[in-house]
Design a protein around this ligand. Sequence first.
Ligand code: GDP
Ligand code: MG
Length: 796
Amino acid sequence: MDSETKMHYLCHEKDEEMRLSDLQTGEAGYIIRVSGHGGFRRRIMEMGFVRGQRVEVLLNAPLKDPIKYRVMGYEVSLRRDEAAMIEVLTEADATGVVHSTGNGTTSATHNIEKLVARRKKTIEIALVGNPNSGKSSLYNAMTGGREHVGNYGGVTVEAKRGTFRHGGYEFVIYDLPGTYALSPYTPEELFVRRHLSEKIPDVVVNVVAASNLERNLYLTTELIDIAQEMVIALNMYDELAASGARLDAGTLETLLGTPVVPVVARDGRRIENLLDTIIEVYEGRNTTTRHIHINHGPAIEDAVAELRKVMAADFDSFPKHFSRRYLMLKFLERDRDVEHLLSEACPHYNEWLPVREREIQKVQKSLGEDIETAITDEKYGFIAGALKETLTPGKHERRSVTSTIDAIVTHKLWGFPVFFFLMWFMFELTFKVGEYPMGWIESGVEWLGGLVQHVIPQGPLHDLLVDGIIGGVGSVIVFLPNILILFLCISFMEDSGYMARAAFIMDKVMHRIGLHGKSFIPLVMGFGCNVPGIMAARTIESRSSRIITVFISPFISCSARLPIYILLVGAFFPGHASLVLISIYVTGILVAAATALLLRKTLFKRDDTPFVMELPPYRLPTLRTTLRHGWDKGRQYLRKMGGVILAASIVVWVLSYYPRESEHSYLERIGIAAEPVMRPLGIPWEGSVALVAGVGAKEITVSTLGVLYSDSGTGKTDLGPRLTAPDPASGVPDWTPLAALSFMIFALLYFPCLAALAAIRKETGSARWVVLAVIYNTAVAWLVAWLVHTVGNLMI
Ligand code: GDP
Ligand code: MG
């Protein structure tokens, strides 16, 4: 065949492309290719629809879904829109061609095989990239002027189409117009997107200018979202080398899950490598190819998760050419083109709209920018993270503000002191600044107690209000300022983008315990509250790392445990408050680390799937957004106060008040029953009761002590002195400093609160982890507290 006829042959073939859905009942065909996004193709191929297979139509009723086929001896049904994604060579055509070549019928089967094999060996590729990334140069280098080159185009934009052979394959190549993104805003962008959705290339070749990686990779992130087969041609590699910059292309390709082939299009260097890689990807032999999800940050990922819930019912009707995730993200961005596509295909489309508007509002409120900007920012965060690990910039590189700050806070040496200073500063603010408003609230609660004291006559109601409610809730509410300040600091670190940098420098340290830097963010957030920390673990790609992070999160001392420490440290260790506090936090961190190691050694093999740690651009959070985030959390705290803590205080009070006629209240009996278990830890029965009550929420531990040690006489909330005072019955104090320490350690480590357990259940997807957390954590708590108590006793 000369090239002219071949061109004609290929054109003809393209024009009259037969789809499996076109075959009528009783007809048969051979599969040439399955197109569409990666997930769809995998599923279809798993059903047996692989290249070269013969398929027979058992029942194709016009306009009716689904269609019944026989493939590999099985009966399989496909939706019509699924069958339309499968290109076939009809048996009639195949035998027709065979007859006309005059080979006779005896070798017909053999010839069909040959024909199918030839058709299978046609790879259609599309060059997609920024303007001036070198697409046309690459196109010329590939086609080499040897083969036919023609124009193909739309109204305002044009593309070139050409063919050539390499390695036994026939290539059909399209040089598409240059674009920076795949939004439907410019005719070029729309043209490229239409090409990708209608022609569905076998392999997308993303041409990336190595001299301007950050901007060029933006388009790459969009192509990754689309999830078609792809190879990155890293062009202008000569310029990158000349600038003195170095790029670790091997790591970059693992991070992106897409092969990266350095080329110099202008002089054709390494074009062969590129073509070989394209063939590998086409044949599914490439080992780098793996679909990754670009993480768009918690706000946007939550919005996608909400959309997924309402959209899932229509997933089968979704267009098959782009991944669902891409379509959902674009729908979230209010992309007109995608809106149109989805509204045509999906019966429940209208029900999604209010959900989307609500989610958009949430994202905009939480990030302080419109949804499109937010998504763009997150994509650049992904790129910055990927380049941070792979690109060493040249000497003369101009530095942006972001990279200047990054140079300090992610510095190999300076990064750590900066981080520890910020942590120290955060806790300093929490404790020192928090003391002032704490004093005001204390006075307020006392005033209220005094008021109730006078207004309500003596009796059970009086006792309930003063001892149960004011004593219980009041003892916890005084810590609201500390908790608010801690939340404000954490929100600020998160919102400003600093937390991502901290995670980046902690990567190496985290590897020591078998985790990744990404696990660091949920753990730091856990200082505020373990629940959002556990939920933040969702962004960790590797399942085992995610589960381990979730499981060790409760050992990170959250703000609910703060009241316990402040109370007991203040009462028993006034001279060494900071030292004791730090030791408790460090104990939690060490137990978390040891547990992570233990899990890696036993249940989970090490997992080294590399992934990008996003470095979103720095934002100076406005006072408004920071206060709002802090207040959101404060409000939750207050709600908890009014709900579970109030209820628990009342229950504890009732149990401690009744039965009136008996010497031992119900509560005392519970405490006495726990005595044999808790005695080795030195914890008095009041402490055991408080711990039992604290399984609901750890603050309840303090409110329970508040009820048990209530001082009806004065209505004072200052609980500390009453703990250190001698017990009227025995004449000695119930607590020793050592008992207090062992109590704090036990409270830190035991039984995660109910909200944390619910979060563990949700994020691991299994009740098994909840049961394990309850048993393991309580056992570890007992063991460590016992060690503290025993060793402490030896030392005194
Ligand atoms: P297109 O807009 O993506 O089609 O890009 P072109 O192929 O027209 O190339 C844009 C410019 O980059 C031209 O001046 C090319 O000569 C130059 N160029 C293309 N490939 C390379 C390369 O590998 N190295 C260098 N240094 N320049 C290149
Ligand atoms: Mg061009």
